[in-house]
Design a protein around this ligand. Structure first.
Ligand code: 5AD
Ligand code: SF4
Length: 433
């Protein structure tokens, strides 16, 4: 049976699709990249904001229309939206064959062999860590590994803990074994994933210990991780990143807002001052560090002064880049009970003010790279032109290498010849590995 997976949402979802692909291929299913010849199409969804729901529902509806014409086709809804809708999904999406949340994938092969009468199968519990399930990774030189799943925090806007359950950490030894296997297979870079990697803890091993042990693995060139909660980012973690050469000097540290009032209403459990002190410590200790963030604009009750606090913080910190979002109310969260009182047009205005400011900072920061020679790990061939390669610097900047035929996985020195707010462009001078 040919299976095609469409994936939306965060890196954890990309990894989960790789887990599903790993489970299905070990059970004799064939994973394919295009939907045309698929017997089964699975849509792995996100539900973090309303927009993600709408997109997923529209894609599923199109697939169900296609299924009406080709009766053999099976369509499954996976991921966070599947978990949030539960039994509702069957009513909303007539004809859907399977509805499985992020903790139910172990049984997916059996279910596809014999489609159940009731599409949604609730997980027995939300304790799954998929330990010992090898993910099928097909993304060039870089692999993801979830080191923890779920989240124990209750940021008031966030639906994630409700769909992904409480936090659980995967045992360190099996993570390290998986990293070694991936390095033996030729992967140069791994990214540790978790809703909050900083609170990783398994048998007394904490996140800085896990990073330090991973960094000793021979031939592993780059270690990345995401995402970090500021309240759990420790001095020890900063020291480990500073000391170990193959731990990338890039920290994604979502701030969400620069205003203490809003941070409190968001239940983020840190203040602007604490966040600033972390940034100072990071900048003082890690040379050439790149810092990125997530920001939500238009949270209930956010005043113009609160918004200004966020703009000031962005200006002071000079992030390398930022993901900016309009607040989206999610039923079931704490903030859903608050009056969503910022008009849509005002949310859009505040959002563009933040993103315009960040874009100008990113543009300037990237311009500083002009003419410099930087080390780039080649990650893929460009989709726009097969003569160009895509890669990243250690600090996580995207680089387009023009007219270059180095293999994926090679590391080269690139001379920067052009920059935008998002990308560096350049020519390879030499391949060093
Ligand atoms: N509305 C807008 N943005 C949200 N995020 C999470 N929940 C919401 C929401 N309800 C953003 C946060 C988080 C990122 C992954 O998504 O900034 O860090
Ligand atoms: Fe949501 Fe906060 Fe957990 Fe991130 S840390 S998943 S924003 S509750």
């Amino acid at each position: 049976m040919n299976v095609h997976i469409k994936t939306y949402g965060c890196q954890m979802n990309i990894y989960d699709s790789e887990l599903v692909a790993g489970i299905l291929s070990s059970e004799g299913f064939t994973m394919i990249d295009n939907e045309e010849n698929a017997d089964v199409i699975l849509v792995n969804t996100c539900t973090v904001r309303q927009h993600a729901d709408h997109r997923a529902l529209s894609i599923i509806s199109q697939l169900l229309a296609k299924k009406k014409k080709n009766n053999y086709l099976k369509v499954g809804l996976l991921g966070c939206l599947a978990e949030r809708l539960g039994d509702e999904a069957e009513k909303m999406l007539s004809g859907i064959d399977l509805v499985l949340g992020p903790d139910s994938y172990r049984i997916i092969a059996d279910l596809l062999k014999e489609i159940p009468e009731k599409p949604y199968l609730e997980a027995e519990n939300k304790l799954e860590d998929y330990d010992n399930i090898p993910a099928l990774t097909k993304r060039g030189s870089s692999a993801f590994i979830a080191i923890s799943r779920g989240c124990d925090n209750r940021c008031s806007y966030c639906i994630v803990p409700f769909v992904r359950g409480d936090e659980r950490s995967r045992p360190a030894d099996s993570i390290l074994d998986e990293v070694k296997r991936l390095v033996d297979e030729g992967f140069k870079e791994i990214t540790f994933l978790g809703q909050n990697v900083n609170s990783y803890r398994s048998n007394g091993i904490e996140f800085p210990d896990l990073l330090a042990r991973t960094s000793d693995i021979q031939d592993l060139k780059r270690i990345r991780f995401t995402t970090s909660h500021p309240k759990d980012l420790s001095e020890r973690l900063i020291r480990v990143i500073a000391e170990k050469e193959n731990i990338c000097s890039h920290i994604h540290l979502p701030v969400q807002s620069g205003s203490n009032n809003v941070l409190k209403a968001m239940n983020r459990e840190y203040t602007r001052e604490h966040y600033m002190s972390l940034i100072t410590m990071i900048k003082e200790n890690i040379s050439y560090v790149s810092i990125t963030t997530d920001i939500i604009s238009g949270f209930p009750g956010e005043t113009l002064a609160d918004h200004q606090d966020t703009l000031d913080l962005v200006k002071t910190i000079e992030y390398d880049s930022a993901f900016t979002f309009k607040y989206s109310p999610r039923d079931g969260t704490g903030a859903f009970e608050l009056d969503d009182n910022i008009p849509e047009a005002e949310k859009v205005r505040r959002l563009s003010e933040i993103s315009d400011l960040q874009r100008s900072i990113s543009t300037l920061k990237n311009k500083n790279y002009m003419g410099k020679e930087i080390e780039v790990l080649v990650e893929s061939v460009s989709k726009r032109s097969e003569n160009d390669l895509l890669g990243r610097t250690e600090s996580g900047k995207n680089v387009v290498i023009s007219n270059c035929n180095h293999p994926v996985g090679s590391i080269c020195i690139v001379k920067v010849t052009g920059t935008t707010s998002q990308t560096l462009m350049g020519k390879s001078i030499k391949m060093i590995e």
